[in-house]
Write a protein that binds this ligand. Structure first.
Ligand SMILES: [Zn+2]
Length: 95
């Protein structure tokens, strides 16, 4: 992973944190945000600065397709595990 040479300072005076966005508009795109933003900070500062250049439309489509595939595989695995647990419970009860 390439690291930024200069870390921006957010509105509350702390060095900003490099995060990765997983939104549909910017999958995998990194941005700087306030490191207190996600915590229960009373008045979160809205510092936001993009680090990576924008994705090409083609790359965005490819990435979103991959994300969708990963999610469906994970869902299938969860369903499978649940089925197995039910089979085991039935075996214990009736066995
Ligand atoms: Zn801040």
């Amino acid at each position: 992973m390439d690291m930024p040479e200069v870390i921006p300072v957010c509105y509350c005076g702390n060095p900003a944190k490099l995060n990765t966005s997983w939104s549909n508009d910017n999958p995998g795109r990194r941005f700087f945000g306030c490191k207190k933003f996600s915590s229960a900070f009373r008045k979160p500062c809205r510092f936001f600065s993009l680090f990576d250049p924008p994705l090409t439309p083609r790359l965005r489509v490819v990435l979103l397709g991959l994300l969708k595939k990963v999610k469906s595989l994970e869902d299938a695995r969860k369903r499978e595990r649940r089925t197995w647990i039910l089979v085991l419970i039935a075996a214990v009860i009736h066995g």
